[in-house]
Design a protein around this ligand. Structure first.
Ligand SMILES: [Zn+2]
Length: 447
């Protein structure tokens, strides 16, 4: 009882819809007064303002657009932000793991909540994550109101990934993945994936077993592939194949695969991803920061590979503001190819919204269209950096001019989670305090 379906009606100066830009726009959607467990929250109208509508929120001076989707992160690693800002992948990993070793379950909780604070504040409504996950952590995502594709990170069957967080080894984490997938099977906010860490940290028999189970149970796989040239050389030396081809030989692409990075794919690996319908999260900031290279976005797009944009963790970024990834993803290929037309900004925005949403298992979100889930953000467009602004250039403003700091409102599945700069589902000050304390304790423990 008590979950009354009501309608929320937003008015805004402009709105990005698949067909273009609506001026003097109205967006209406269902809202459940409960926590969204029953679903709902679908868009009922997206178009010009109608006479006689009961407007719930008059967002004059705002742009409405779909919520952004973070295709790859490790949320709890917000606690490791800035611990290693000038090191390459392997020494970086060593520094980060020096702290990670001491993580407790409470640390993972607060790290996740800190990540959700930042993601919501910067307009992200859904994310794909690989770390320790269990039902207590998933319930925190539900409470915050976000959507997640959560993968339990594993390396070897006998390896315990997070000793102080959970006693599970790889084999137990696989069993837990399947139990969580069954438990959350029809959940509108939560999807579960296997999380084999990389093709070089997991033994081949384990990768083959995960691929078989993924097909049998219909559970997707979220993994890292071809992040660095060192990884490619290592896999070539050990298995005589490129990482993608090696995974293919283990039956990986029979399953639904969502791969992070894919910086160093060959032409035939790109074709393999396209043919298999596998998706890739392009994470340009992390790839640049760790000195790993630049993924071949134009080739991936031309081949029709399903794409998302991701930040990777705050430890290799250091921000979870997806607007930075959008701008950089659009700019990098232009510089590399010396061609300003090679990747249109609108295409990158599509990847960061509808593309990413479909790639991480929420195909009904990502666009402001009737029938879609109401995952919508409102950006302030009254500031100097958004002036002057015409309807014709508002979409490229979202790509090249906007930042996460412009986000003022966030609705997810029709639920208002961020209102005029204030969190409605998370206690921001308390989370930031707990995160500072957790970091201090981790520093002390690892000294
Ligand atoms: Zn990663």
């Amino acid at each position: 009882m008590g979950d009354v379906m009501t309608e929320i009606v937003l008015r805004a100066d402009m709105m990005l819809v698949p067909a273009g830009v609506v001026k003097n726009a109205e967006l209406a959607f269902e809202s459940c007064t409960d926590d969204g467990r029953r679903g709902g929250g679908r868009i009922t109208y997206a178009g010009p303002a109608r006479a006689g509508s009961m407007v719930t929120h008059d967002l004059a001076g705002h742009l409405l657009m779909p919520g952004l989707v973070n295709g790859h992160t490790h949320s709890a690693m917000t606690l490791m932000r800035g611990v290693s800002d000038d090191e390459a992948l392997m020494p970086w990993l060593e520094t980060v793991q020096g702290l990670e070793r001491h993580l407790t379950h409470e640390d993972v909780e607060v790290g996740l909540q800190l990540a959700m604070l930042e993601m919501i504040e910067t307009g992200t409504t859904a994310f794909a994550d690989m770390y320790h996950w269990d039902s207590a952590l998933l319930e925190l995502v539900r409470d915050a109101g976000m959507r997640v594709l959560a993968a339990l990170a594993v390396s070897a069957p006998e390896a315990v990934a997070f000793p102080r967080v959970s006693p599970w080894n790889g084999a137990e984490a696989i069993a837990e993945t399947e139990a969580l997938a069954a438990r959350y099977a029809s959940d509108p906010q939560i999807r579960i994936a296997y999380g084999p860490h990389t093709p070089y940290t997991c033994p081949p028999a384990f990768l083959r077993e995960i691929a078989e189970r993924a097909v049998r149970f219909g559970i997707p796989i979220h993994t890292h592939v071809s992040e660095s040239s060192g990884e490619v050389e290592g896999i070539l030396a050990a298995h005589g194949a490129m990482p993608g081809d090696y995974l293919d030989s283990l039956g990986f692409f029979e399953a639904e695969v969502h791969a992070a990075h894919c910086v160093h794919l060959s032409d035939s690996e790109i074709e393999l991803f396209a043919r298999a319908g596998a998706s890739i999260s392009h994470n340009p900031v992390s790839n640049l920061k760790l000195g790993n290279g630049i993924a071949r976005l134009p080739e991936l797009m031309a081949a029709g590979v399903r794409l998302a944009l991701g930040t990777d963790s705050a430890a290799s970024n250091n921000s979870l503001d997806l607007f930075e990834e959008i701008k950089l993803a659009a700019l990098l290929p232009r510089g590399v190819r010396q061609d300003a037309a090679v990747v249109p900004g609108a295409d990158v925005l599509e990847i960061a919204t509808a593309g990413g949403s479909a790639a991480i298992g929420f195909p009904e979100a990502g666009a402001l269209s009737v029938g879609c889930l109401a995952d919508v953000i409102a950006l302030d467009i009254t500031g100097a950096s958004a002036t002057p602004l015409e309807a014709e250039s508002i979409r490229s403003h979202a790509v090249f001019g906007a930042t996460g700091a412009d986000v003022r409102h966030v609705f997810i599945g029709g639920r208002h989670v961020y209102a005029d700069g204030a969190h409605l589902t998370l206690d921001a000050a308390a989370i930031r305090d707990r995160a500072r304390a957790a970091r201090a304790r981790l520093r002390e423990a690892s000294a």
